[in-house]
Design a protein around this ligand. Structure first.
Ligand code: SF4
Ligand code: SF4
Length: 367
């Protein structure tokens, strides 16, 4: 019996021509859509405009709507569970991201109708997942190519973490502390409902301190596959990151969910490592004995940049262990409680939550 190799395609494009590239991706990979209910699941991390490269660009979402409807989909829905705790902000985030407008009446608030599903996980028996994720016929993931300070990268697999409704994400973060546990939790969620098709916005990616505090980086590509693990392996390789250094990719391979080896994937189109692409600069928790010693000696924790903080309180709302107290001076972090999940960094839209590595022995001596 021959086992087919996963395939990932790379389409050069810009946002002005994104719809054409998305159409090619659908032509190459989409299952039959006629008469089907299709959910398009972009990455809408928060209420941030398109030029910041935090969310999937609206032109990619618009292209996916056209491609699905051109194939006779009976119903197309567009939505995401934005942020970590704030259900009511889904629609606001989609509007600022420019996606609510292109979706029109296809927009659905994925936070409105959660369903508890049984999961095979070390961290939870059941998880609250959006009903539309479970009930759609075809799930099309539209992630963004980004770095991630907690998981190394965030792409097709991590985009499924947004299938969890609002506070369930912070709750699971609390249960699955540390890079290895969180990688396992991400895969537990992924396995609830893997996407049928992934079309990734890598036109303008995010490098550095992603998923929200990094810098936009022109890459000029759209990536597509039916295999989310293979697609993320290609994405990591384009970033210059060894895929097996990414905890969730290495674990996905160990669990038989896909390959984290670039040479095991058929890549169509112009593959190249983006020159000097900036990795997140945070330990991904594994690797050589040197990195294990470093992980033991040092801890990475958030620190407020007072000059940039506007005291919006989003970081405090996002913290799964309530380690942040809002005061007249802004957020104050209780480092003894902090679990280094970086949700506060992820949710700060003002680049006011820095991440710095400190000696464990000195933990608690800074504010
Ligand atoms: S650190 Fe960021 S998220 Fe927290 S209050 Fe300040 S601006 Fe808001
Ligand atoms: S302070 Fe920030 S990094 Fe620490 S637990 Fe809270 S959200 Fe996570």
């Amino acid at each position: 019996m021959t086992v087919s190799r996963p395939r990932v395609s790379i389409y050069p494009t810009d946002y002005a021509h994104a719809a054409e590239a998305v159409e090619r991706a659908f032509a190459d990979y989409a299952p039959p859509l006629a008469g089907k209910t299709v959910l398009l699941k972009p990455n809408i991390l928060g209420a941030v405009p398109p030029e910041r490269a935090v969310n999937t660009h609206p032109s990619v979402v618009a292209g996916a709507i056209e491609a699905a409807e051109r194939r006779g989909a009976a119903r197309v829905m567009v939505g995401d569970n934005s942020g970590m705790r704030v259900y009511g902000s889904n629609e606001h985030a989609a509007t600022v991201a420019g996606i609510r407008q292109v979706a029109g009446d296809r927009y659905v608030n994925l936070g409105a109708s959660p369903v508890k599903v049984a999961v095979d996980s070390a961290f939870a028996d059941r998880l609250a997942v959006s009903r539309e994720v479970l009930e759609c016929d075809v799930l099309v993931s539209l992630p963004k190519m980004k770095t991630h300070v907690a998981t190394g990268i965030t792409g097709a697999v991590k985009n499924t973490y947004g299938h969890l409704v609002g506070g369930e994400k912070t709750w699971l973060h609390r249960q699955a502390q540390g890079p290895a546990n969180f990688a396992a939790a991400v895969l537990d969620v992924y396995q609830v409902r893997p996407p049928d098709l992934v079309v990734m916005d890598a036109v303008v990616a995010m490098e550095g301190q992603g998923p929200s505090g990094g810098r936009p980086r022109d890459v000029g590509r759209l990536l597509a596959s039916t295999d989310a693990v293979a697609l993320d392996t290609v994405m990591a390789s384009m970033m210059g990151i060894e895929p097996r250094a990414v905890p969730y990719l290495r674990l996905a391979e160990a669990k038989g969910l896909g390959t984290a080896r670039l040479d095991a994937i058929d890549v169509d189109g112009p593959f190249e490592v983006v020159p000097d692409f900036k990795a997140p600069g945070i330990s991904m928790g594994f690797g050589t004995w040197v990195s294990r010693v470093a992980t033991y000696l040092f801890v990475t924790q958030p620190q407020v940049r007072r000059g940039k903080c506007v005291k919006c309180g989003s970081c405090a709302k996002a913290c799964p262990v309530e380690a942040i107290t809002m005061t007249d001076q802004g957020p104050v972090i209780d480092y003894a409680t902090c679990i280094s999940c970086f949700c506060c960094h992820e949710m700060c839209r003002y680049e006011a939550m820095d991440l710095s590595r400190r000696m464990r022995l000195l933990q608690g001596l800074w504010r």
